[in-house]
Write a protein that binds this ligand. Structure first.
Ligand code: BYC
Length: 311
């Protein structure tokens, strides 16, 4: 059996591919692309919510938001570690993000304008992320699958804390309910865009499905999210932002309105509301952290030479 045949045998049998196993170059490249972009999304995704930590309406809300944002940083680090097992360095990953070669989830280029947006982000953005990531727990690359299992546990807490904010606001004063509705209206469509283009337009899906990197398609995952969100909106007593939403008895799913794909491509090509701001902030934070990296390297070198001298 050739290495390639053995690789495909493992994929078909549902066995995990591990870092030292033989894998086709394109499988490796595709994984580096997807996992690194996933990691970048977690890291850049800290910014819209991070901006609200100082403005949280109570100590309880502040504590919860603070730990949620820290969790997102942790997710980024698990994912960067997973992608480093494929033979790419952290520096290369960061450079790709900062120079725009690597993308991150479009949703984080939308501004978080009100406290209601903290609710909508937790509920809808983390909610959409979970739908995708539950499916990725079964991805074929071992380190990615294992990172997803841990991340999903934390994401479900994030989703619930967001929904709880929405419940509180929608049962509050008229102004609070209006704030919740406004956040839902602004974040609903961008959340649907998180699942990527239609399957017919998705450049990577066919190969990623064949190699079981992706286990469900963009459109199937988006449909799951649309279906599960209808009831949640009803419970909040808010109006659904999609006027074309309709139950389809035959399909057993909701039909829904068309996404504004021009807006999607505009955002992923760098022209969204906050693209420049997000990257500038990342560059600044990275530069400010240089002394920490230098100190870590100096400590590592010192330990290494002490070990060599002892040997
Ligand atoms: N935004 O061929 P396609 C979180 C790009 S963070 C930007 O369908 P693929 C959280 C795509 O990369 C969790 N770009 O691609 C954190 C490709 O461009 P390249 C985020 C997008 O990979 C903090 C091109 O369009 N989750 O939860 O087969 C606070 C063609 O697309 C987007 C993940 O990252 C987009 N929405 O499928 C709160 C999940 N969609 O690479 C919450 C992991 C597409 O050729 N990723 N593009 O330049 C995936 O599952 C898949 O990569 C996608 C896209 C479904 C996103």
């Amino acid at each position: 059996m050739t290495p390639e045949e053995n690789f495909m045998r493992k994929i078909e049998a549902g066995e995990k591919i591990e870092p030292k196993d033989w894998m086709p170059d394109d499988y490796r490249k595709n994984l580096i692309r997807q996992i690194s972009q996933h990691g970048h999304s977690e890291i850049i995704g800290m910014q819209p919510e991070g901006n609200w930590i100082t403005r949280a309406p109570s100590l309880r809300r502040k504590g919860i938001l603070l730990s949620k944002v820290q969790d997102e940083g942790g997710h980024g680090l698990y994912l960067y570690s997973a992608v480093e097992t494929l033979g790419i360095s952290r520096n290369e990953l960061i450079e790709a993000l900062q120079t725009g070669t690597a993308k991150y989830a479009s949703i984080f280029n939308y501004p978080a304008q009100t406290w209601g947006d903290m609710g909508a982000i937790g509920w809808l953005v983390d909610g959409a992320a979970i739908v995708n990531q539950v499916s990725l727990q079964r991805t074929s690359y071992g380190p990615y699958a294992r990172a997803m299992i841990r991340i999903c546990k934390e994401e479900s807490f994030h989703q619930r804390q967001g929904y709880e904010i929405m419940v509180t606001l929608s049962r509050g004063s008229a102004a609070q309910k209006a704030m919740a509705q406004d956040s839902l209206n602004r974040f609903y469509w961008p959340a649907l865009m998180m699942f990527g283009p239609h399957d017919s337009e998705s450049a990577h899906s066919a190969r990623s499905m064949k190699w079981k990197i992706k286990r469900e398609t963009n459109d199937d995952l988006r449909q799951k999210f649309v279906d599960q969100t209808v009831k949640q909106i009803e419970v909040l007593g808010l109006e659904h932002p999609d006027k074309d939403l309709k139950w389809n008895e035959e399909r057993g799913h909701y039909d829904f309105g068309e996404i504004d794909w021009d807006e999607f491509y505009n955002v992923i090509n760098g022209n969204g509301h906050a693209n420049r701001q997000r990257i500038e902030h990342h560059v600044r934070a990275h530069e400010e952290g240089e002394w920490v990296r230098e100190a870590m390297h100096a400590y590592r070198d010192k330990k290494r030479s002490a070990k060599q001298q002892a040997a």
